[in-house]
Design a protein around this ligand. Structure first.
Ligand code: CTP
Ligand SMILES: C[C@](O)(CO)[C@H](O)COP(=O)(O)O
Length: 224
């Protein structure tokens, strides 16, 4: 089956608090989003890659590609106000049927093994979403405070999230923009089952400044 990757990097990175959005910050010698793109190109050099970027940073990206001699072929797509908008724009650029992997540009430590496992399962089952068991206790907000809940009933969810292109396009076209924080929630809002597979602890999302430090540390361990 044909494979496509949509790397979403159209956000502002408010929680990171840097002037330059976090996807462009350097992580061990290369901007965060370049590492994410590189992982997919290393998995399959022939796959079509769409990179969603904030329109106001198209120039920034051009300059970074020159500075870092970044040659991986990709098609740039303008981002939107929300992640939902950004993915919607890119999904409409996909031509032909196949599997679409939607990956956060700010998950630069995704492994080739995880990408491979996600595509393998999606090929057989139509979708694959990496998720991890919760390792801390969790509590839920209530009207009166909080209550403890059974962590075994929950998972944390990562990307890449892979779906058949027909299903993903239908979901993005028909869904009412809501508080969807990922692609799986949008797809399963149509009653379509989503297949969970084992995620990776190292596949962190760079959200706050400490995450960049953790990512640097993980990469330094990889070199040992
Ligand atoms: N309008 C948006 C918002 C988010 N994203 C992307 O979705 C991924 C996950 O989002 P998040 O970590 O929340 O990024 P930001 O929205 O940039 O962060 P913040 O909420 O702190 O502003 C990121 O790769 C981000 O660039 C996007 O493409 N378009
Ligand atoms: C898509 C995601 O990374 C899955 O965990 C997550 O939902 C993104 O959330 P954010 O609030 O946009 O960072």
């Amino acid at each position: 089956m044909k494979r496509f990757a949509i790397i979403v990097a159209g956000g502002k990175g408010v929680r990171m608090g840097t002037e330059l959005p976090k996807q462009f910050l350097e992580l061990d010698g290369m901007p965060v989003v370049m590492r994410s793109i590189e992982a997919f190109a290393r998995f399959d050099a022939g796959m079509k890659i769409f990179v969603v970027l904030p329109q106001e940073h198209f120039n920034t990206w051009g300059k970074l590609c020159i500075k870092y001699h970044f040659k991986i072929p990709h098609q740039i797509v303008p981002g939107g106000d929300t992640r939902y908008d950004s993915v919607s724009h890119a999904v409409e650029m996909v031509q032909g049927e196949g599997l679409i992997a939607v990956h956060d540009g700010v998950r630069p430590l995704v492994s080739i093994d995880l990408i491979q496992r996600c595509f393998d399962v999606a090929e057989k089952m139509g979708s694959a979403v990496p998720a991890s068991e919760i390792v801390e206790s969790i509590r839920q907000r209530t009207n009166h405070g909080t209550k403890s809940v059974n962590r075994n009933d929950f998972f944390t969810v990562q990307t890449p999230q892979i779906f058949n292109s027909i299903v993903l396009k239908m979901a993005y076209r028909k869904a009412q923009p809501d508080n969807y924080t990922d692609d799986a929630s949008l797809v399963d809002s149509f009653g379509i089952a989503v297949n969970i597979i084992e995620g990776e602890r190292r596949n962190i999302k760079i959200t706050n400044p400490v995450d960049l430090k953790v990512a640097e540390w993980i990469l330094s361990l990889d070199k040992k």
